[in-house]
Design a binder for this molecule. Structure first.
Ligand code: ATP
Length: 520
C-alpha cells in the first residue's frame, strides 16, 4: 500500500477547520471542532451516528456556513460561500445521498456538475479513462435510473475525480460496496494520496479505517474527542473513543422454534425491462417463522427486482409469492402490509422516507393501512404520536427539534427510524435491503439483534445485503443472487466465504458449473 504520509516530516495542511461551531436551533451539531487534512494523507473522520461528521464536511465545502470558527486553505483563511467556490479550489465531496437524475445518463449527470460545455462524447471518453485508471466500473451511456446504489456511488466518485480535486472527501464510500469493490477503491485512494492529494474518509468500518488511514479524528456528540493514529488502535479502542463506553456485540444465534412457512416464492420470473438490472429467472425460496435468510450478491444482479416483486411495488403472478398461506404475488404494497408484511428498501432517503415530509408523516407512509393510527380515513393523532415516540425511544433515533423533515436526520439515524417503523408494526414477514448501511457499530449490532428477536418471536426475516460478514454473523441460511438467479439457501454453518464468493460469480463450489436456481 502506498503510504506517502508515513516516515516523512508532517506535510503542511491543505485544508483546516479551526474551532468550527454549528447550531441547528438548540442542537449544537459541531462545538468548536478542529481538524487538519494534510497533502498525501488519508484522514479518517469517526463518530457515532449523529456525532456531527456530515455537518463538519458540509462546512468544509461551503454547503453550510459555520456560526463561528474559520477555515484555512494552505494556511490562509478562506470562506466558501457555496459548494461551487470550494470545488473551484479543488475540494471534491461524495456524499452519502447522491445528487443524480435518474432519467439522465451517467455522462449527462457528470456534465451537469462540470463547468463549460464539453461535448458528451469527449466527456464519455474522459470517464472511460478515469474508470480505467482507478479501476471503477462505470458505463457512461447507461441511464442512472438503471443503476444500483453501489453503481451510483461510483458515478459520484468519478464525477469528483474528473474535477481533479486536491482534497477528496468521501462520506461512507464503502458502505454499499462489495469487499472487492472496496479493495479497488482503497487502491484508488492510495493512488490519489500518492499523487499528493488529501483524502478525508468517513466510515463506520473501523477495520478498513485502520488499514487505510494515516490519522483519525474522532467526534462524539458534536465535540472533538481525539486525534489518533488508527494503525496504533484496535477497532474496539476506536469504538470506545467514539461511544465513550464499551460497544455491545451482536449475541450469537439463539436457538428457537422454526415454524410454518411465512414466505413462499415459487417459480418467480420477472422480465428484464432494462431499468432494474437483471431480470429474475425462476426464483424459488421458502422462509419459515423463526428464520433469517440472507441473500448475498453483487449489486445489480436482480436484488432490486426481487425486492420490488416481494414488496408489491412490481406485482405479478398471484401464485408466485405466498405470504402466510395467502397468494400475494398480485397484491400491491399496502395489501401485502395488511398481511403483516414489512419492507425496508435499500435507499432510505427518497424510497423508504419522503425527504421533505416530517418524520411523523413518514410514519404514516407505511402504517396508514394498519388500523390503529388511521381510522375511516382520519389520522388519529394520539396513537400516531405514541407510535412515533416508540420508534424514537426504542431505536434511539437522535435528531434536533420535535418532528424534523426526514432529510434533516443524519444518515444512520434515518436508517434506525425506517427499521423501527417496520419492526414496531409487529410483522410476520420482514424483508430488509441493506439493513445497516451507514449505521455505526453499536446501532448495527442493535438492528441485527432486533431482527433476531423478531425471528425468535416467529417472524420470517429476509435480509438482502452486500455485506458478507453481516450475513455470516446473523442469518441462519444464505442464498446467493447472480444474474437474476438464486442459489438454494444453505445453512451458515455449512458454507464458507469462498463458496459464497464462487456462487456470486455464477459458479458452484467445486463443480465449476453455472449457478442455476433450484427449489429451496
Ligand atoms: N439541516 C439540519 N437541520 C436540523 N438538524 C440537523 C441538520 N443537519 C444535521 N442535523 C442534526 O445534526 C446532528 C449531526 O448530524 P450529522 O449528519 O452531522 O451526523 P453524522 O455524524 O454525519 O451522522 P451519520 O453517521 O448518521 O451520518 C444530528 O442530530 C442531525 O439530526
Amino acid at each position: 500500500m502506498v503510504s506517502s504520509a508515513e516516515g516523512a516530516a508532517a506535510p503542511a495542511s491543505l485544508l483546516e477547520a479551526v474551532e468550527l461551531t454549528k447550531r441547528f436551533g438548540a442542537l449544537v451539531a459541531n462545538d468548536h471542532v478542529s481538524l487538519a487534512i494534510r497533502a498525501g494523507e488519508t484522514h479518517a473522520l469517526l463518530g457515532e451516528n449523529g456525532a456531527g461528521k456530515s455537518t463538519l464536511v458540509k462546512m468544509m465545502c461551503g454547503l453550510l456556513q459555520p456560526d463561528s470558527g474559520e477555515l484555512l486553505y494552505e494556511g490562509a483563511p478562506i470562506v466558501f460561500p457555496d459548494p461551487a467556490s470550494s470545488r473551484a479550489r479543488g475540494i471534491g465531496v461524495v456524499f452519502q445521498h447522491f445528487a443524480l437524475f435518474d432519467a439522465m445518463t451517467v455522462v449527462e449527470n457528470v456534465a451537469l456538475g462540470l463547468p463549460g460545455h464539453e461535448p458528451l462524447s469527449s466527456l464519455a471518453a474522459r470517464i472511460d479513462d478515469c474508470v480505467d485508471r482507478y479501476g471503477l466500473t462505470v458505463e457512461p451511456w447507461r441511464r442512472v435510473g438503471e443503476l444500483s446504489v453501489g453503481e451510483r456511488q461510483r458515478v459520484e466518485i468519478v464525477r469528483c475525480l474528473l474535477g481533479d480535486p486536491r482534497v477528496l472527501i468521501l462520506d461512507e464510500p464503502t458502505s454499499v460496496l462489495t469487499p472487492d469493490e472496496s479493495e479497488s477503491l482503497f487502491r484508488t485512494v492510495d493512488l490519489l494520496t500518492g499523487e499528493g492529494r488529501a483524502v478525508l474518509f468517513i466510515s463506520h468500518k473501523l477495520d478498513e479505517v485502520r488499514r487505510l488511514c494515516h490519522r483519525a479524528t474522532v467526534l462524539r456528540a458534536g465535540r472533538f474527542v481525539a486525534e489518533v493514529d488508527p494503525k496504533q488502535e484496535t477497532a474496539a479502542s476506536l469504538a470506545r473513543l467514539m461511544v465513550g463506553a464499551e460497544v455491545p456485540r451482536t449475541p450469537r444465534l439463539v436457538t428457537h422454534e422454526i415454524g410454518a412457512p411465512r414466505l413462499l416464492v415459487r417459480n418467480l420470473n420477472v422480465a428484464g425491462d432494462g431499468s432494474r438490472g437483471s431480470a429474475l429467472h425462476d426464483i424459488n425460496l421458502e422462509i419459515r417463522a423463526g428464520e433469517i435468510v440472507g441473500i448475498a450478491g453483487v449489486a445489480g444482479n436482480g436484488q432490486t427486482a426481487l425486492f420490488e416483486a416481494l414488496s408489491g411495488e412490481a406485482p405479478g403472478d398471484p401464485e408466485s409469492i405466498v405470504i402466510d398461506t395467502v397468494p400475494a404475488g398480485g397484491l400491491g404494497p399496502t395489501e401485502r402490509r395488511a398481511l403483516r408484511a414489512g419492507f425496508v428498501p435499500e435507499e432510505r432517503l427518497g424510497h423508504a422516507a419522503a425527504p421533505d415530509m416530517p418524520l411523523s408523516d413518514n410514519v404514516l407512509l407505511t402504517t396508514h393501512g394498519d388500523g390503529g393510527i388511521v381510522s375511516h380515513g382520519v389520522v388519529r393523532h394520539s396513537p400516531l404520536k405514541r407510535y412515533f415516540q416508540g420508534i424514537v425511544k426504542g431505536f434511539d433515533v437522535r435528531f434536533g427539534g420535535k418532528d424534523p423533515k426526514a432529510r434533516r436526520l443524519s444518515g444512520g439515524n434515518l436508517q434506525k427510524f425506517v427499521i423501527g417503523r417496520e419492526v414496531l408494526r409487529d410483522p410476520v414477514l420482514i424483508v430488509v435491503d441493506q439493513p445497516t448501511w451507514g449505521v455505526d457499530a453499536a446501532a448495527a449490532a442493535f438492528i441485527r439483534t432486533t431482527l433476531r428477536e423478531r425471528a425468535a418471536q416467529g417472524c420470517a426475516v429476509l435480509v438482502i445485503s452486500q455485506d458478507l460478514d453481516e450475513l455470516l454473523e446473523f442469518t441462519d441460511r444464505i442464498a446467493v443472487m447472480s444474474e437474476g438467479r438464486l442459489t438454494p439457501p444453505v445453512p451458515v454453518a455449512e458454507t464458507s466465504r469462498e463458496a459464497i464468493g464462487l456462487a456470486m460469480g455464477g459458479m458452484h463450489d467445486g463443480d465449476g458449473t453455472e449457478g442455476g436456481s433450484h427449489a429451496a
